[in-house]
Design a protein around this ligand. Structure first.
Ligand SMILES: Nc1nc2c(ncn2[C@@H]2O[C@H](COP(=O)(O)OP(=O)(O)OP(=O)(O)O)[C@@H](O)[C@H]2O)c(=O)[nH]1
Ligand SMILES: [Mg+2]
Length: 366
């Protein structure tokens, strides 16, 4: 899973990138021209995995991973579509989830591109920027369709007409500020536009970056901001970038102690990742054993047989059945043997749909 961090200059993207990846990329280093993005991989912290490790005491623990890309904003980026093009656009189109980092912290030492701090304005600016990019893509495609129509054979015209009317409809909604992800699009229609990799079709998470001085009000601020947003479907995970970066350098005991003392028990980064999973319809299943306990990300709605294919194509091909117990039931029973004894651990066939937290043992024959 790849998450792209975008936002206006000085919003705290690199600070949050460093916190997520325990990295040391330069903060506040924009020089006015586009330079290479920072790319880093982070393990997904999942407390359920820790508990499973306590039960199985495996030789190896494998956490899920997320790749993050942090883009240096251009010095003159005030949020118009011309800023997203070329390599930058390619990177964004390749990401699974877009995350807008939006500055909420006040700091006279850190200049703001729009002079004042106004988080709602900046979130709208950034999401409109994504819409504008999509509009341009659709406009260019529509021009090509008109040209193509002239030279097309009669039987091809029907297909071109269908696409033209779909794109015209999507464009009109974009012009009314409705992102693709909120438009009513059938599965069949979606297939027609999939190749365009439209940015506003991607799951979006907004990360308002607050100052250390507002940590105590985090929950209240987040609720207020959610209420203030015109678009209620926007998913917010508010956090303090500088604090999270500081905490990321500590070991987990010190981190927990420090969080306790600040009253920020839950990691803002963990909440952000959780939200990223939720908005992109990803769930987690686990495989367990004495050799390895592993967390696997999976698209919601995937069947047991398809999930087996994540591990190995042989397991998918030779799938017999899957033994499944939910994480909660396993914890309640204490051991797999007990879950089996109580009949909670069940055998499921290939069309069983995997749920979040399922602990799965695939039986196969090749
Ligand atoms: N006070 C305060 N300063 C912050 C916070 N987050 C980031 N900063 C500061 O803001 C400046 C910009 O942070 P960066 O993380 O470099 O921001 P960016 O979005 O990556 O900036 P560009 O790459 O230039 O677009 C740095 O000086 C940070 O130390 C915060 O939560 N509180
Ligand atoms: Mg940066």
């Amino acid at each position: 899973m790849q998450i792209a961090l975008i936002g206006l200059p000085n919003s705290g993207k690199t600070t949050i990138f460093n916190a997520l990846t325990r990295g040391t990329a330069d903060v506040a280093s924009y020089g006015g021209s586009y330079s290479k993005p920072n790319i880093g991989i982070a393990k997904v912290r999942d407390p359920r995995l820790t508990k499973l490790v306590d039960i199985y005491i495996p030789e190896r623990v494998v956490q899920a991973e997320v790749a993050y890309i942090d883009f240096p904003a251009q010095a003159d980026n005030k949020g118009d579509s011309n800023n997203i093009s070329g390599e930058y656009l390619n990177h964004l189109q390749g990401a699974d989830i877009l995350t807008i980092v939006s500055r909420t912290f006040e700091d006279p030492a850190v200049p703001h591109i729009n002079e004042t701090v106004d988080v709602v304005r900046d979130i709208v600016t950034m999401s409109d920027e994504l819409l504008l990019v999509d509009l341009q893509i659709l406009e260019r495609r529509l021009e090509k369709l008109v040209e193509g129509h002239k030279g097309a054979k009669i039987d091809e015209r029907d297909k071109l007409d269908r696409e033209t009317s779909l794109l015209t409809r999507l464009k009109a909604d974009l012009e009314s500020s409705i992102p693709i992800r909120e438009q009513a699009i059938s599965q069949e229609e979606f297939k027609l536009i999939q190749g365009y990799k439209l940015l506003s079709a991607k799951p979006l998470v907004v990360v308002p970056n607050i100052g250390e001085d507002h940590l105590a009000d985090l929950d209240k601020l987040e609720t207020n901001l959610t209420n203030a947003m015109r678009n209620k479907s926007i998913n917010l995970a508010m956090l303090c970038g500088t604090l999270e970066m500081e905490l990321a350098q500590m070991d987990s005991c010190d981190e927990a102690e420090f969080r306790q003392s600040l009253g920020v028990i839950v990691s803002g980064l963990d909440r952000m990742v959780e939200l990223a999973y939720k908005t992109s319809n990803k769930i987690t299943f686990f495989t367990v054993g004495a050799d390895e306990v592993k967390a696997w990300p999976l698209d919601r709605g995937t069947t047991a047989q398809k999930a087996a294919g994540k591990i190995h194509t042989d397991i998918e091909r030779g799938f017999i059945r899957a033994e499944i117990v939910s994480y909660d039931d396993l914890i309640m029973c204490g051991t797999e043997t007990e879950a089996r004894r109580q009949g909670i651990l069940r055998s499921q066939g290939k069309s069983y749909v995997i749920s979040d937290g399922d602990v799965v043992n695939f039986l196969f024959n090749v």
